[in-house]
Design a protein around this ligand. Sequence first.
Ligand code: ZN
Length: 215
Amino acid sequence: MLTPIKTPLVAKKMFPNYVWDIATNEKVLYLTFDDGPTPEITNWTLDTLNNYQAKATFFCIGKNIEKHPDIFKAILNEGHAIGNHTNNHLKGWKTLTSDYLANVTKAQNTIDAIIPKDFSGNTQLFRPPYGQIKPAQGKALLGQGYKIIMWDIISFDWDKNISKETCLKNVTNKATKGSIIVFHDSVKASKNMQYALPKVLEYFSEKGYVFKTLT
Ligand SMILES: [Zn+2]
């Protein structure tokens, strides 16, 4: 299946219980970073966001949080939001619902053990890896209080077949007020992401946009 850069309205309407974008007339964008925490890359991402007073949301993999709890804490300390991206980056369509839910819970237990008791953000944001989630899985997670965050724009930063310039244009040409934008703080995506992110921040900041966390 070919994933479009910008999620079509028809897809958003098919799954209205999932969050695809934030309705607003203000110049706000919601950057998201999946698959970390990753040594070097996540720290670089935090520094780059900081240069533009930009906030973002990091959808972390449970096993990566276990390996790098210090980086996970740094994300929180800098005022960003965090979300659950399963414990082992599971494909929902290929996973039994009971196994999928157990894997999300495992990641959540890791998150909850680290998050400070006085943390004021939402600790139950969830993004399905690959955007793949069966209706039964989605329904169960919504029932457990999770918000399921999809996206409006995918940068395709991980795709080795696109140039870094194309990755940048995927975002600058398509993002609009309230867009949720996907990047990855992973080694695989780093070549394109580390080129595109500062330019996205520069481009939209000059146009008066601010970058906020999802809540
Ligand atoms: Zn992912």
